[in-house]
Design a protein around this ligand. Structure first.
Ligand code: PEP
Ligand code: MG
Length: 790
């Protein structure tokens, strides 16, 4: 639309093609009001002054010529600070033209809502425009005045916005980019205030900004005005909303909720400015948005995305007086939506180097950086991103550091250790079980960590050359045998959503409990048995929940839902908890509920717990979390799997407990699998096949128990061999019996991830699916394809 000759236009008359007339911000607000207002998206009403109005002003009394002369001085060597100050003083000394004042005042009067005061509070924002230039490059360089009230104050704010086109920073920026002053103009946007100083505000992305995953809306939220979130100054709440479920009113699409610290908030100060204050304890602990609000915002976000036809980055605000939500800004997301999720990086070492230590390679990547050797986790500020983390072992407390590391090297732990499983999912190379890394590697020393040379991981001195090539995932061969993923960390699940996998073959619940819940489920059922310290920790963690058990159900359900969403609608096999007693005891409040066992690996684990007096109530919480995921979040692709089920009698008891908790096999499409990891599962395969929908072979435990070799023993590592005929014949026999009974068989143990050739044996044996670590997926897929051809 042409606004030729108009000084002020209502936002409802502008659209996204009007950037040159009213600037990008106002143009996009107008677009929202015009096209999305009618379907219920709320945007604060307002108006904008035009670029023409600004040009008219700059012609007043030769103002523009004087500015040009000053800028010529600058180019001739005058100091920026002096030139800027002189230009701004000149502008403030030149009044706005009467016609412009009248039109602004008239538009302000019209803006007053019928039921409110005649002089409503408004936000006054500058929006720079330049012909043929996207506004983004000028963003944030001009002033904003909030909570401006009355025509006099408004005109003053508009005038000051004009002056702010010439802040030192803006002048410098344009000079460096070579913009002639005549091509730049300023539009002032005036909008009814949303009292988010009394409520909250934040941003929303219509994809996961971290990974580019498209099926979610990710909302960040903090108390007070929006600057805290946008500038990254507070640790906000984060809500992850699953788009495919949004249209179904009976379901809850809010699969992820992380309550952030929100230590400060930005509120109004005198003169239309803002100040930062500390939040109180209640504000810190409570959510800015409830599920219903997160859902409403997400609906709007998806509508905006559909309207623009591209992923969007939005700003929103919640009015603390009316509790109403508003969108206050919308722009296309430009970082993640451009990266190609169908391309995977592969690494190759190209140079010989001096090898300092070796261990088991985790992942297939190479990472380099300075060594940071630590015995206990430190705060993030003491761990520079891109360091190589060197440590004796890791546990969940190390994860924040692991996420920032270029590579990880441990003294202890094998391929199924915490360090290995977590780094594999993070895509960070790790060399585990070196035995001596903390003794050999020195803080600050530059090293290159290579997991790109087969099963042995190597740490080289200095920087060793390597190259990265790309694999186009769309060119991977199709296979009859399903190739699935082993996932445990909800935080990493979206990263792998681009892999053309047939679902998740193993999601280990105990990982989600250790990382996301942290508390022993029985400690929530029987808190009176806890030691005072643990009781305090439990009370702190569960603050804000209606009851303690709800904490467990909520946290676990949202973790499971995130993994389930990452593969929707393909099946996601969730294995119920399979900690050993020594591991359960380490959970907060776990002590009183776990016996000390001499052999936890063959002790009270898996199925035997679920129906026992000592854990049945804890298992009930696991069941309730699963029901919530399937029935409330609508993620019916979740399949349940029972680990370590020693006898058919145990199977019957567990299935009965589950049915009592509303999880009856066959009802609402619920499938229940059993792990084949105890030799009795193989010997009595027919009996187990009568009770379950299928099997998944746990080759780690099956090998341990078939050969009698402790899977974690370094001394016996050579004897731990899944390819031993005692194991492979068990696998063949199980597949035959299960298929006879019409049941499927998969394998989710570690071997094919480390030795993709093992997949060829499985294919020949007629397996239905293999489930592997995500970073082995591409290699395994090729091996399966080749085996299927021959
Ligand atoms: C297995 O035993 O092979 C398995 C996949 O389970 P976990 O490693 O968790 O015992
Ligand atoms: Mg196992």
């Amino acid at each position: 639309m042409s606004f030729e000759g108009r000084r002020v236009v209502p936002l409802s008359e502008v659209g996204r093609s009007d950037v040159s007339a009213v600037g990008g911000k106002n143009a996009s607000l107008g677009e929202l009001i015009r096209h999305l207002g009618p379907i219920g998206v709320r945007v604060p009403d307002g108006f904008a002054t035009t670029a023409d109005a600004h040009r008219e002003y700059m012609r007043t009394g030769g103002l523009g010529d004087r500015v040009a002369a000053r800028l010529a001085d600058l180019r001739a060597g005058a100091a920026l600070a002096e030139v800027g100050a002189a230009i701004r003083a000149g502008i403030l000394a030149t009044p706005l033209p009467q016609g412009l004042k009248d039109e602004i005042t008239a538009a302000y009067v019209r803006l007053a809502p019928g039921d409110g005061p005649a002089d409503p509070e408004v936000a006054v924002r500058s929006s720079a425009t330049a012909e043929d230039l996207p506004e983004a490059s000028f963003a944030g360089q001009q002033e904003t005045y909030l909570n401006v009230r009355g025509a006099v104050a408004l005109l003053d704010a508009c005038h000051r916005c004009y002056a702010s086109l010439f802040t030192d920073r803006a002048i410098d920026y344009r000079e460096r980019l070579g913009f002639g002053e005549s091509s730049v103009a300023l539009s002032v946007g005036v909008q009814l205030m949303v009292r988010s100083d009394l409520g909250g505000s934040g941003v929303a992305f219509t994809l996961d900004p971290e990974t580019g995953y498209r099926d979610v809306v990710v909302i960040d939220a903090a108390w007070g005005l929006g600057e805290s979130v946008v500038s990254g100054r507070v640790d906000p709440d984060e809500y992850v909303v699953f788009k495919p479920v949004l249209p179904q009113k009976a379901l809850n699409p809010v699969i992820g909720v992380t309550v952030g610290g929100k230590a400060t908030k930005v509120v109004y100060a005198e003169g239309g400015l803002t100040r930062t204050v500390d939040t109180d304890g209640v504000e810190r602990a409570s959510r800015v948005l409830d599920d219903g609000e997160a859902r409403s915002l997400s609906r709007w976000a998806v509508a905006v995305e559909e309207h623009y036809g591209t992923p969007m980055d939005l700003e929103w605000a919640k009015d603390g007086r009316t509790q109403e939500l508003f969108l206050v800004q919308a722009r296309p997301e430009t970082v993640r939506s451009r990266t190609d999720s169908t391309v995977l990086h592969r690494y190759r070492i190209t140079e010989a180097g001096e090898c300092l230590v070796t261990g088991a390679a985790v992942g297939e990547a190479v990472g380099a950086g300075p060594v940071r050797s630590l015995a206990i986790p430190v705060g993030l500020e003491r761990f520079p991103a891109g360091s190589v983390l060197v440590t004796p072992v890791t546990d969940p407390d190390w994860e924040p550091l692991m996420k920032r590391a270029a590579a990880i090297v441990t003294d202890h732990g094998g391929r199924t250790s915490h360090a290995a499983i977590v780094s594999r999912e993070l895509g960070v190379p790790a060399v585990v079980g070196t035995g001596e890394a903390t003794a050999v590697l020195v803080d600050g020393q530059q090293v290159t960590v290579s997991c790109a040379e087969g099963a042995q991981g190597r740490v080289y001195a200095g920087s060793v050359g390597y190259e990265v090539s790309d694999v186009n995932l769309t060119e991977l061969p199709a296979t009859r045998t399903k190739v699935m993923l082993n996932l445990a960390d909800p935080g990493a699940a979206f990263r792998w959503s681009g892999l053309p996998a047939d679902g998740v073959g193993l999601a280990r619940m105990e990982f989600m409990v250790a990382h996301g819940v942290k508390v022993h489920p029985m400690a929530l059922v029987r808190p009176e048995l806890l030691a005072p310290d643990d009781r305090r920790s439990v009370d702190e963690l569960t603050e804000g929940y209606p009851d303690r058990t709800e904490y467990f159900i909520d946290r676990l359900a949202r973790g499971v839902a995130t993994i389930a969403a990452s593969r929707w609608p393909s099946p996601v096999v969730l294995r119920t908890s399979d900690f050993k007693t020594n591991e359960y005891a380490k959970l907060i409040g776990g002590g009183p509920f776990e016996p000390a066992e001499a052999n936890p690996m063959i002790g009270w684990r898996g199925a035997s717990r679920y129906y026992s007096d000592g854990y049945r109530d804890g298992f009930a919480l696991e069941c309730r979390a699963i029901r919530r995921v399937r029935e409330e979040f609508g993620l019916t692709n979740v399949v349940v799997m029972i680990p370590f089920c020693r006898t058919p009698g145990e199977a019957d008891r567990v299935l009965e407990v589950m049915a009592g908790e509303g999880l009856r096999r066959g009802e609402r499409g619920l499938r229940v699998l059993v792990m084949a990891e105890v030799p009795s599962n193989v010997v009595l395969a027919r009996e187990f096949a009568e009770r379950f929908d299928g099997f998944s072979i746990g080759s780690n435990d099956l090998t341990q128990l078939t050969l009698g070799v402790d899977r974690d023993s370094a001394e016996l590592a050579d004897l731990f061999d899944e390819a031993n005929p005692a194991v492979t014949r068990s696998i063949e026999s199980l597949i035959d019996v299960a298929h006879d009974a019409g049941r499927t068989v998969g394998l989710c143990g570690q071997r094919p991830s480390d030795d993709p050739g093992f997949a060829a044996f499985l294919v020949a044996a007629g397996i239905d699916s293999v489930s592997v670590a995500p970073d082995s997926f591409v290699t395994v897929k090729h091996h399966v394809h080749k085996a299927e051809q021959s």
